[in-house]
Design a protein around this ligand. Structure first.
Ligand SMILES: C[S@@+](CC[C@H](N)C(=O)[O-])C[C@H]1O[C@@H](n2cnc3c(N)ncnc32)[C@H](O)[C@@H]1O
Length: 360
């Protein structure tokens, strides 16, 4: 087992398994294999008649996930389900998966620990590497091209919209002046130069380059568009009573998940299982800081004859026998989240329809 494999901890894994309601012989799709953390847990429960399908557009991730699942097959022997791995963007699921064939669909958005940890992938402002940020390394556009070629105003808009960064105009100007920028370290220092030091009273609590890197990553990988397309395709792919589980890591992702899940709930396509998103408990966030910003939302397709337009979104308390919800007593003995545990209310999206100022 490599170092990366050993370090990998899938987020909210118990909640994922409970919400997916994985049963022997089922067919489950993991749209974001990563290092196959969640996928391995699902595979253990599917049994020999089950089928695990996995997507990842990052060829390296797909290879590592394949190795992990192969090791699991050796451990499980005849109890291993059939596995199909697909190296494509999850926006294309409907081209690969038969309608109404899935018992469960999981998506754990964002970047994997492998992508962040490997400096040469260019995702991290904490290590120096080429400005790349592509998950699908076969695609042409890299972060370096965006940073060095985009018009200043468009760059400011991008950083404002996708990074929710109020200093976007100042950062865009500093970037344009410093061109050419070729490394993550160089970009990180330029952005940090536009903000007060983290140690000063006016300094941010997060690294000043966090939001700009997030904005570039979202743009390079068309992340929000991908999520929208996946979630819109999901109802066609799930069987009656099939489950959807999605985990988001920032407000732009979560807003899409929340809206699409609620919208299909209103249309009587599925029952929303999470009135409020499920978040990690302190014990998990202590172990795995990435879990701090994770929000899980889930839905269950309605049985035939029960679906229909014009219904209010239905919220189902599925109780301890099968699973948990954001407001039910949990079967693991966990209490329903207290007010303190609830995620903070989402801020209204900045910049909608409003252009950031480019000059002071
Ligand atoms: C947060 S990681 C998933 C970790 C995984 N759940 C695990 O337990 O190991 C996200 C993964 O999804 C992949 N990914 C993100 N967006 C994608 C997309 N639109 N299509 C296909 N794969 C995507 C990334 O390459 C990355 O490997």
């Amino acid at each position: 087992m490599t170092d990366i494999n050993r370090r990998h901890v899938p987020v909210l894994s118990q909640d994922v398994i409970r919400y997916l309601d994985v049963r022997e012989g089922g067919t489950h799709l993991d749209c974001t294999l990563g290092l196959a953390g969640h996928a391995s847990q699902i595979a253990r429960l599917l049994g020999p008649k089950g089928h695990l399908i996995g997507f990842d557009r990052d060829p390296k991730a797909l290879e590592l996930a394949g190795e992990r699942l192969k090791a699991l097959a050796e451990e499980l022997g005849g109890r291993m389900p059939k596995v199909t791995l697909i190296g494509e963007a999850f926006s294309t699921v409907a081209d690969h998966i038969a309608p109404a064939s899935l018992d469960g669909l999981l998506a754990d958005f964002g970047v994997s620990s492998m992508q962040i940890d490997e400096a040469e992938r260019g995702f991290s402002f904490q290590t120096d590497g080429p400005l790349d940020m592509r998950q699908d390394t076969r695609q042409e556009v890299t972060a370096a091209q965006v940073v060095n070629e985009m018009d200043e105003r468009d760059l400011a808009n991008l950083i404002y919209e996708y990074g929710e960064e109020r200093r976007s105009w100042r950062i865009a100007r500093a970037i344009v002046r410093a061109r050419p920028i070729t490394t993550t370290g160089q970009l990180s220092r330029i952005v940090a130069g536009c903000a007060p030091s983290m140690n000063s009273p006016k300094g941010d609590r997060i690294h000043p380059a966090t939001r700009t890197f997030q904005a570039l990553r979202i743009h390079v990988n068309r992340e929000l568009d991908e999520i929208q397309k996946l979630l819109e395709a999901a109802p066609k792919l799930l069987k009656p009573s099939g489950r959807l589980v999605v985990i988001s890591f920032h407000s732009l992702e979560d807003r899409i998940a929340k809206d699409v899940i609620k919208d299909f709930g209103t249309k009587g396509v599925w029952t929303v299982l999470t009135r409020k998103p499920t978040v990690a408990e302190e014990e998990e966030t202590n172990r795995n800081p990435r879990a701090r910003s994770a929000k899980l939302r889930a839905a269950e397709m309605l049985a035939p004859g029960k679906s229909g337009m014009g219904r209010k979104p239905e919220y189902k308390d599925i109780g301890s026998a099968r699973m948990l919800t954001g407001f039910a007593q949990l079967s693991s003995g966990k209490q329903a989240p207290t007010k303190k545990d609830k995620p903070v209310k989402l801020k209204k999206k900045q910049g909608s329809g409003k252009k950031p100022r480019l000059r002071e």
